[in-house]
Design a protein. Structure first.
Length: 162
């Protein structure tokens, strides 16, 4: 839940003071993330995709020599292929510790892949990411605590489970 700060006008000149926060807890809280312990059973897919250096949208690979053109209709930026940034992500199968029949397909992006390497007690810099180094991170992992988005199944946080 995000907290919004409320401001009210005050009599004492132009200073801004926060209003009294709402004390009542909202009765209908819809969970959007799941926080659970378990094991990464295996790696389904490790993929790199190009992203536009100007608008950060994903770019589909083309067979144009030397450059790629952004497919975002508002952008169409043409960038050097050699300077195009590869963005890695991995799809893995996760087994919930409390419910072993409950396998979930989770997606890790670069930030959570490198974080998981830290959780394993090693380190992996963003520029060291390759298909095999990423797979190794998942095979080395043991019990982990993950927080993932229930709708997109994207892992937002990972830490060591005790
Ligand atoms: Zn673009």
């Amino acid at each position: 839940m995000t907290h919004e700060m409320c401001f009210s006008t005050s009599d004492s000149g132009s200073s801004i003071q926060p209003a009294t926060p709402f004390e009542e807890v909202l009765s209908v809280a819809v969970a959007t993330t799941e926080n659970t312990c378990g094991e990464i059973v295996g790696v389904e897919k490790v993929t790199a995709c190009l992203s536009c250096r100007k608008c950060c949208e994903k770019i589909d690979a083309t067979d144009q020599p030397g450059f790629v053109e952004c497919t975002n209709s508002k952008c169409h930026f043409k960038q050097k292929l050699t300077l195009s940034k590869n963005e890695w992500y991995a799809q893995v199968l996760f087994e919930n510790q409390d419910n072993k029949c409950n396998l979930v397909n989770l997606t890790f992006f670069e930030d959570t892949i490198t974080k998981l390497a830290e959780v394993n007690g090693s380190s992996l810099a963003i520029d060291e990411l390759t298909q095999s180094s990423i797979e190794a991170v998942f095979y080395e992992s043991s019990n982990v605590l993950v927080t993932y988005d229930l709708r997109t199944k994207v892992v937002e946080r990972t830490e060591l489970a005790w």
